[in-house]
Write a protein that binds this ligand. Sequence first.
Ligand code: CIR
Length: 271
Amino acid sequence: MFPSSALRSSLPGTHAFRSAIVRPPSANFSEGLTREDLGPPDFSLALAQHAQYCAALERCGLQLTRLPADARHPDATFVEDTAVLLPRCRVITRPGANSRLGETDAVRECLSTQGVPLETITTPGTVDGGDICEAGEHVFIGLSARTNAEGAAQLGTLLQAAGYTSSIVDIRGIDGILHLKSGLSWLGERRLLLIDALAGDPAFADYEPVLVESDEAYAANAVRVNDVVFVASGYRRTAARLRELGHALVELDMSEFRKMDGGLSCLSLRY
Ligand code: CIR
C-alpha cells in the first residue's frame, strides 16, 4: 500500500522516498526525441549507466519497480514525465509530445496495482513531469513546449485541493532547457539549484539560489534522494559548491541520456 504519512528524511523540509519506478532504455532509444546535437547514444553504455543509476537508488534504500523496456515508445525510459507523485497528490500526466502519450499506461497500471490513488490530467491539458518541481509544500509548475496552460491549471487545482501551493514558471522563452527541471532542482528547505536564466523569476524570490555556471548548466538537473543529492558527473564546480554547502553527493555518468535531452531526474519516479 502507498504510505499515507511519509518517513522523515534527514534533509530538513523534505519527505523520504521509499520507492521508485524505473524503466530501462529500449534498443531503439536513439529514435526518441531530442534537440541535442551530441550524436546518437551508445545503447550498451546507456544500459550500463541506467543500471548504475538504479543501483544508486537502491543504495539510498528505495525499493525499485522495474518496468519492462518499451520499444513502442523510445522515450519511455524518461519515466518521470508520466506522473507527478507527491505524498498527498498523485497525478498521471498527459505528456506534451504525441509520441509519448502512450507511456502513461504502464505507469498507471503499476501504481494502481500498488494501491496508489491517482488523479489524471485530461485533454486539452498536457503536463510533462519534468516540468513539475516539488519544493516541500510548494510546487513550481513550468509552462513549456510540453506543459500547456490547461495542464498547468488542472494540476494547480489538484494540488490546491490536496493542500499544496503552486506557482507557474514560464520557460518558453528560455533557450536550452526542455523542461523546468532541466534548469532547476530543489535541494531541501528553501534551497534551489538553478541556472542563471531562471534566477530572476519572481517565483523564486523567497528561496536561496545556488547558481550553476553556464558551462555546467546540465548539472542543474540534480535529484535529492533522501539524505543525498544525485548529480551528473563531470561538473566539478557545481559538485564542489554543493559539497561546500554540506550536501552528500552521488555523481552519476549521464552522457548517453543527455544525448536524448534527458537528465538525472527523468529516469525515475520517486515516491
Ligand atoms: C523527450 O524529449 O521527451 C525526451 N527525449 C527527454 C525527456 C526528458 N525528461 C525530463 O527531463 N523529465
